[in-house]
Design a protein around this ligand. Structure first.
Ligand code: NAP
Length: 283
């Protein structure tokens, strides 16, 4: 699996990781989720993204099962809910997440989206968590340029490591400013929902046909083409969620090869980025 430095941190992180939103369910569903996550780790998809919100903590417990005995192989990320992001609240939330995940340390802890608590308060908690060793790095999610700037300014002794935002072929608004802002400051940009959920390109649409053609030429699948396109730039990463082994294996094949310039141009034409600034989209 292709890895690259996670922004200024220099940590080597795979360009394709694994999401965990909606991995919980019946015993059978959860067993498949654990198997898929473990197989993903074997394939090098070692960036595991979770959050206290997912399944009200259940996703963290399942992720904890998947990484049991393998903690040092993964780059483990969780998120604090905005409603828990007061100074004391964030410290307590982190402790609960660590317990559910069965570990003493997160590699990255994110504020899930903007909170009603002042950003300075949340970032002060992040700094304390770094200083005490419960987290290695602090970051944010669903933050646009001005919000990232404010989060950075609120940190006194540490740097903001990452911003996790929505990005897929039908939602390319962050290309206008946010990607450039983060790349210039070496803030790792993690793209969530790479397949767009309900907006996944239909095979019978013109865009779907463009992707099919590219996939055929490379002996790949459409999803692999999408993941390759989404991770082609320095400083960017993506975290597809897969509920079974077959999907994880397919997703792992999205890296380790390169689209040609003409493929990228064709995708740009079929799924154009907006030509005007748009408000940051989120799920
Ligand atoms: P996604 O990864 O784009 O898509 C997940 C969907 O695609 C699932 O229904 C999954 O089905 C299907 N899928 C995955 N691989 C497949 C394959 N190879 N073939 C066919 N279907 C496949 O969407 P997402 O879960 O919204 O986003 C990914 C992760 O980003 C989340 O899990 C979460 O960790 C993170 N996220 C963060 C935020 C935030 O606010 N920070 C918001 C949303 C998501 P199966 O389950 O059947 O495999």
């Amino acid at each position: 699996m292709t890895q690259r430095p996670f922004g200024w941190t220099g940590a080597q992180v795979p360009v394709i990781g694994q999401g965990t939103w909606m991995i919980e369910g019946s015993a059978d569903v959860e067993r498949r989720s654990v198997d898929a996550l473990r197989a993903g780790i074997d394939l090098g998809l070692t960036h595991i993204d979770t959050a206290e919100m997912y399944g009200s903590g259940r996703a963290e417990e399942i992720a904890g099962k998947a990484i049991a005995g393998r903690r040092d192989e993964v780059f483990l990320v969780s998120k604090v809910l905005p409603s828990n992001a007061s100074y004391e609240g964030a410290l307590r939330a982190c402790e609960r997440s660590l317990k559910r995940l069965g570990t003493g340390r997160l590699d990255l802890y994110l504020l899930h989206w903007e909170s009603q608590y002042p950003i300075g308060e949340t970032m002060r908690a992040m700094e304390r968590l770094i200083d005490e060793g419960q987290i290695r790095y602090a970051g944010v999610s669903n933050f646009d340029v001005d919000q990232v700037r404010a989060a950075q300014a609120a940190l006194r002794n540490h740097r903001l490591a990452s911003n996790q935002v929505l990005y897929h072929l039908g939602e390319r608004g962050i290309e206008r400013k946010l990607i450039i802002y983060c790349q210039e400051r070496e803030i790792a940009l993690v793209r969530y929902t790479p397949f767009g959920r309900a907006k996944f390109p239909r095979p019978d649409s013109s865009g779907g046909r463009v992707l099919e053609g590219i996939a055929k030429r490379h002996g790949r699948t459409v999803r692999q083409v999408i993941l390759n396109f989404l991770t082609r730039l320095d400083g960017v990463f993506t975290i597809p969620k897969a509920g079974n082994l077959e999907h994880t294996t397919e997703n792992a094949g999205g890296a380790g090869w390169a689209l040609m310039a003409e493929d990228i141009e064709a995708i740009d034409r079929a799924f154009p980025a907006p030509t005007r600034d748009t408000p940051l989209a989120m799920l």
